[in-house]
Design a protein around this ligand. Sequence first.
Ligand code: HAM
Length: 421
Amino acid sequence: MEPENRIKTKKLPTEPYKGVRDFYPEQYASLKYIFDTWRSVVEKIGYVEYEASILEPSELYRTKGSENEEMVNEQTYTFVDRGEREVTLRPEMTPTVARMVAGKRRELGFPLRYYSIPNCFRYERMQRGRLREFWQLNVDLFGSRSTAADAEILAVSYGIMMAFGATESDFVIKVGSRSAINGLVAELGLSEETTKKLFALLDRKAKMPGEEFSHALSDLSVPESRLFDHEPPEEISKMLEQFKDAGINNIVYDPSVVRGFAYYSGMVFEVFDTHPENNRALFGGGRYDNLTQLFDDEPLPGVGFGMGDETIRLFMEVRGLIPPYKSPTHVYLATPAPEMAYELQTFAGELRRAGVNVAVDFGEKKLGDQIKTAAKHKIAWLMVVGPDELERGQFTARNLETGHEETLAREQLPDFFLNQQ
Ligand code: HAM
């Protein structure tokens, strides 16, 4: 094209939209590792996977006068569609799953164990571990009021952490009680406004200096001693004892754990990372006994949690627990003869039919550059295939990490590569 004919437009940036992520294969492999680990733990305990659309009618998130008003008004991606309907990109999955369960409650068997790994969107101020788009494991158990159901949800949370390679000292599960705090609020006669402020303050507690917290608490006329120096509710202390008997020692009572959403009504919990460089809440959840009331008058108890992919990734990163990337391609075929490109595909086809994953180079660059390409792709094995190799029926497989070489006959190749996996 003549230079003067070139369209002079401003080039677009290659960065993704603010607050969302691109996943190149290596990052996507880590994400898939997280998903696989989640799935294997929860399916073992009988949870089955569901999905729904990212789009929901905005009214699903509008509970008037609730603490999640901030979420609805300021933290959602909401737009009006061409049919004048207000639509929201889901900021969380709980209202969706409540809608789904309420919609089919006659057909579903309870207790019902459901899980999902939705993509969620929140228009948040970004910081480490807080994004505008994230994946969130949702594990929910419907139809039981038993504290054994609460305990199961805590055990699932614990089990997931251990499956990621954590030890008990790496994290702590802090359990609070909405009913205990609601009791205290009633006893102290706090107004709705003050209660909201108290919950917001408790939600921020971990992120502020102790002294500042104490001051803010006395500003609300809530005596610190009343808040913290009480025995845990009986059902919680019994549950924690059971965990201790089972040899689990990092689940503790913490009355300051209340969680932000208005729908929680009983046990609530938050899992914290104990690493000094990553001292943060990892995930949390709790019991909600009234959520399906948005849809009908029959209450349906539920308990569950949501766990983001980014917080657990950071947890693993600071501890070197993310498994190193391995290309799914077993072997890369390089060739000194570009005219052999079609023949090379036929040869590769043989290996592929035997179960080996094979990528071919078209031979347009020098052999050395083709090998560099294979190394950039982190493919473990390389074979140079030219007219000589095909004629002799002898091939040299080279491991690109160790430099180790093996000479093999054509019929030995499939077993050789499959045994390396
Ligand atoms: P949540 O505390 O809002 O609860 O979110 C749960 C977890 O999702 C967080 O602890 C974090 O791991 C992840 N998460 C939330 N927002 C972000 C963000 N902006 N960036 C990255 N990760 C994030 C809920 O969503 C409840 N619906 C959970 C639930 C399920 N309760 C009962 N069932």
